[in-house]
Design a binder for this molecule. Structure first.
Ligand code: GAL
Length: 418
């Protein structure tokens, strides 16, 4: 059904090009995203502002739900019914899946005029292209392997910021004795996967991570190392409060902000929450690489893929693509979002120390081999494989009777799902 629809869209977009050339009028952009938390919403508002300043109408299509699971379900039904938005937050290998459906717009003219091939790192540019043509524009680079800490809470408990997993458990014990929740966590499949990913990287290292989650190598997935990772991961549960099932990630961050919890393992969209609550990095909160992962950087690039449209909407859509890539937008958006610009050679002066460290580590790890796609955030696998592995991990987290060995077998089987 998507394929039939795409043929008619192709026709429509050709007609659209004619009217763009003749009119170049302001149009409407409908943009699907899932940025509804405090920091996220502030960042999204910057995109709206920039489009309105160009005279376009912004139609907000926000679908709440961390990591976009709900948003993707809604998007599928809109596209299948022949009514796609102008742009949707689509990331990583999923861009290729949508490209295969024949519904994405070609952005090469904007990309050429604005020199995207020069201003983007190749690793980022490649993800934005389908069969060599630009179909999406990146807004940022999030680092996922962070630990967020309330230093005041740790101090009171006589605990220190952990740099490896042994230290983490030591700190967690002390926090528990002091009567605070050691680890703020929301029991949702994507959050379970985010924490698991950090444990796997911290204990297994970069080569193990690549073999297991990028190459989906069966021997690595079934290795004793993976069993050890799962056992350690499950040990974290003791330090999570009983209200965690179903909790949204930003509410878990709020626990750290309010001093109800000591730590959270989360990508740097969490920083957006601290900043939106007027908290100061280095003073009210600390960002540090997740235990044992300081030499690695799990990246998560948010991007907007554009759908084939016609007429003034198509023109507005190209303006959106150009706006997203402008240095002005990349700065202000990322100051709010917690991430760093996707564009190269940006001035980082206005960014805080977490942002500066992220930027430095992004460059360093891209040279050392420590720059890794975050599989929990859709950067490494097709969505069906990711979903199956994520489910296996959540099942293990939630089922006390399940052994690490059983989980290993489930994960290895899930890795074969396409
Ligand atoms: C990530 C996304 C981030 C942030 C987070 C929580 O997958 O890349 O931009 O929104 O989910 O929703």
């Amino acid at each position: 059904m998507i394929r039939t629809m795409s043929k008619s869209l192709k026709f429509l977009s050709m007609a659209g090009l004619v009217s763009v050339a003749m009119a170049a009028q302001a149009g409407e952009v409908e943009v699907l995203h899932w940025w509804t938390s405090g920091g996220e919403a502030k960042a999204a508002a910057e995109l709206k502002k920039i489009m309105q300043s160009k005279g376009h109408t912004w139609k907000d299509f926000a679908v709440a739900g961390g990591a976009g699971d709900n948003a993707m379900t809604v998007l599928k039904s809109r596209v299948v019914s022949g009514n796609p938005p102008a742009a949707a937050q689509i990331k990583g290998p999923s861009i290729q899946e949508w490209g295969d459906e024949g519904v994405l717009a070609n952005l090469n003219d904007v990309a050429k005029a604005e020199q995207w091939d020069t201003v983007l790192p190749k690793v980022v540019a490649d993800v934005m292209k389908y069969k060599g043509n630009y179909v999406a524009a990146p807004v940022n680079v999030h680092r996922v392997n962070w630990l967020w800490v309330n230093p005041e809470v740790l101090k009171k408990a006589g605990a220190k910021v952990p740099t490896n997993w042994n230290e983490f458990f030591d700190t967690a014990e002390k926090l528990q004795k002091a009567g605070v929740v050691p680890l703020a966590h929301g029991g949702q499949a994507w959050q379970d996967a985010t924490v698991f990913e950090a444990v796997a990287l911290g204990l297994g290292g970069t080569d193990f991570y690549k073999k297991a989650f990028v190459q989906l190598d069966q021997a690595t997935l079934k290795s004793p190392k993976m069993e050890e990772v799962l056992t350690t991961y499950k040990k974290l549960k003791k330090y999570v409060d009983k209200n965690s099932p179903g909790r949204d990630w930003n509410l878990a961050t709020a626990m750290v902000i309010q001093g109800k919890a000591g730590m959270q393992i989360m990508g740097d969209w969490a920083k957006g929450e601290f900043l939106a609550a007027n908290k100061v990095p280095g003073k009210d909160f600390v960002c540090t690489p997740a235990p044992g992962t300081s030499n690695a950087f799990t990246f998560n690039i948010d991007s907007f893929a554009m759908f084939k449209l016609s007429g003034d909407s198509a023109k507005a859509q190209k303006d959106l693509a150009a706006a997203i890539m402008s240095p002005q937008f990349q700065e202000v958006f990322n100051l709010n979002k917690g991430s760093i610009p996707a564009r190269l050679n940006m001035d980082m002066a206005k960014f805080d120390d977490c942002g500066k460290q992220s930027s430095k580590d992004f460059v360093a790890t891209s040279k050392s081999g420590g720059l890794l796609p975050s599989w929990a955030h859709g950067m490494a696998m097709y969505s069906a494989t990711q979903g199956a592995i994520q489910d296996a991990i959540s099942q293990f987290w939630n089922t006390d009777s399940m052994t690490a060995k059983q989980a290993v077998d489930k994960i290895a089987a899930a890795a074969k799902v396409r």
